[in-house]
Ligand binder design. Sequence first.
Ligand code: ARG
Length: 461
Amino acid sequence: LANPQWGGRFAGGPADIMRDINASIGFDQRLWRQDIRGSLAHAKMLAHVGIISSDDAEAIEDGLNAIAAEIAEGRFEFSAALEDIHMNIEARLSEKIGEAGKRLHTARSRNDQVATDFRLWTRDAIDGLSAQVTSLMRALAQRANEHAATPMPGFTHLQVAQPITFGHHLLTYVEMLARDKGRLEDARARLNECPLGSAALAGTSFPIDREMTARALGFDRPTRNSLDAVSDRDFALEYLSALNLLAMHLSRLAEEIVIWCSAPFQFVTLSDAFTTGSSIMPQKRNPDAAELIRAKIGRISGDYLSLLMVMKGLPLAYAKDSQEDKEPVFDATEAATLSLAAMEGMIRDLKAAPETMRRFAAAGFSTATDLADWLVRALKLPFRTAHHITGQLVSLAERKKVDLAELSLAEMQEVAPEIHEGVYGVLTVESSLASRRSFGGTAPDNVAREAQRWCDILGEE
Ligand code: ARG
């Protein structure tokens, strides 16, 4: 049988495979709330400007609200023959309220309808994720506050470089996430224009009020070009690219948690709530959640690339290719939602091992830079010379298998006769940390202040 919504000029129905490849109801039913919201706004506007009667608009409103309840309660039967969420809902509306339902699609096309629904959905997704990012930032800032003075080794090249504090390290991710949130908010501001009323591609001959529908749906304004409005998907791509950077940041933290949990490190432990066992090795405690978060970037960047390739070279205006826009966005949103929630859970759960972290903070001559700086300050040597002398002292300590602080004054003076007792004041982890007072540095006072600043900004809950 021909499609009841557009089958007027068709004698026969679609081949099974035509129906299969064409139907999007399997995934776009997730747009039902947005679709109903858009239709409610459209019907109200049609009545307001006199295109339909207010009786019809009321019948439509009641009908759509009843359909929303059917879907919410799982009583709605989705049909693949009706292709997508838009026609499923519209067909049901006509079934329920008759003639009035058939007037809803006046001055509208599925092209502007789906563009509107999808923007609304993406906007909701951004709001949800943005709140989750804030919540993760809060967890990190609170843990950073607690560990403002906990020493740990800072790495470059994953080699021990200089002592830092665990709080400083955690606040690094707060900074990254703040930028991620900013990017999501930027994307939101740019997508917040309403395509509804652009119709199929050229606009409409009906005297519609696009300002009214835009306002009703919480958009800042209507889109300015009907062709652009129905064919643009860069709002979705911009959203996905923001998710890519977010996922990349989460993957770095996830990787660090995996490293910190490993036996050679043991900087942190996760409770039973955030570890899993092995089916063969009874002793194992694996940080699976961190590993999965580390991996999610794979699908999120794949999702971005999928949509980018769908849109590449697509001639104006709408083509069915654009129907392929939704699954990548749904998939990436789900991956990001899970990742953020699991990461927050782990951050709140993890227990640091300050003694271990401090021991490694002191290892590998991590205060060598402090020694070089002291030679500059106390002996007025040029930094390059101080660097060279410190290198010789490190080499001496390495040969004697001791720490820098364990070299005797006489041994040091063999390398540089001017060195005096004062040098021992800068060779401990604590003195190193306390000295890093430059703006943005890791001195515990700085870190405590920054952590508190973030806690104040982010608020309680
Ligand atoms: N399901 C379609 C989509 O997601 C709706 C728009 C269909 N428009 C059309 N002219 N066939 O893109």
